[in-house]
Write a protein that binds this ligand. Sequence first.
Ligand code: GAR
Length: 321
Amino acid sequence: MADKAKIAILISGRGSNMAAMVYAAKTPDCPFEIMLVASNDPDAPGLRLAEAESIATFAHRHKGLAREAHDEIMHDAIVQSGAEYVVLAGYMRILSDGFVRKWTNHMLNIHPSLLPKYKGLDTYQRAIDAGDRVAGCSVHLVTAELDDGPVLAQTEVAILSDDDADTLAGRILIAEHQLYPATLARYVTRENDPDWILGQVRERAMALAETHERPSFGAPGWRVGSERTGKYFAYFAQSHHGEASIALLVKTTGTDEQAALIDADPELYYSPKFYGKSGWIAIRLDTGSTDWDHITERLYKSWCQVAPRRLTKMVEIADQF
Ligand code: GAR
C-alpha cells in the first residue's frame, strides 16, 4: 500500500469525531494516519483520549492572542508533526485568511447541517423550527467563508415528530462518525481515482477557448474549433491500447521535443502507441503526485498547435498586455 496520508485533527471540546477518526485509522487498509491532535483549549476532553491512544497532542490557549498569532502557533505545530492535511472536528474558532490559504484543498470540516442550509450555530433547532423532514451533516473543504467551501459528502438524517434539538443532535452525531472518516479516506486517495483524474483533465481542457469533448475509440478526447471541423488536442488514456497506465495524450511541437521530454523524465513521459509516431506525448496521471499546473500548461500548448489562427492570434494579442 502507498504511504498513508498524514493528518492533524483540531478540536475544541468533546472530540467524538476525532475519536471516530482515531479508530478508523486503526482499521486495516485505512489510507490515513493521525500525527497530531491539537486544541485551542488545554482542558478539551478529547486531548485526554488522544493521549491515551498514544497520539501526539498540542494545546495553546487563544485568549489574549490576535487571531493570526494563535493560528500561526497552531500552524507551526501541525507542520512540525509532519501532517499534510488538517481535519477540523468541532474546532470552534474562526480561522484567519492566512491560515486557510496555507491549507487550501488540504483542510476539511464537518458541519451538522445539510449545507448550504443552516451555517453557523443552532443548526438542529433551526431545522426543526423550519419544519424540515430531514436534517443531516456535511463534510466540506474549508475556504475563507464560514461553513462554506465545496461539499465533499453529506448524510441525510430523518427528523422524528417528537425530536428536540438534543435527540436530533445525537442521531446526527452517529451519522457524522460514519461520514467523516469515510469521506477523508476517499479524499486523500482521490489522486488514485480515475474518475477524479478525468474530472481534473476535463475541467482544464474545457476551460480553453472553443473546445468540446468528443470520445475517440471509447476514450474521452477534446477538440478545438467547430463541431464539424474541430481538431483533437488531448485524449484521456486509461488502459488504452493495452497500456496499463492512466495518461494524458497531448501534442508536442514534433518528435524532437517528444524525445527530449522522455529523456528528461522517463518516469513521467512516454511515447503512446499509434499516436507517438506523429509527435504526441503521453504524460502519466497515476503517479500520485501529478503537477496539475504542468498539465494545464501542456494542454494549452497542445491547444495552440491545432487551434484556428484567429484564436491563437487573440491569445498572442492578450499576452502583450
Ligand atoms: C459536531 O457535531 C460537529 O459537527 C460540530 O461540532 C460538534 C463537535 O463534536 N461542528 C460545528 O458545528 C462546526 N461549525 P465533537 O467534538 O464530539 O466531534
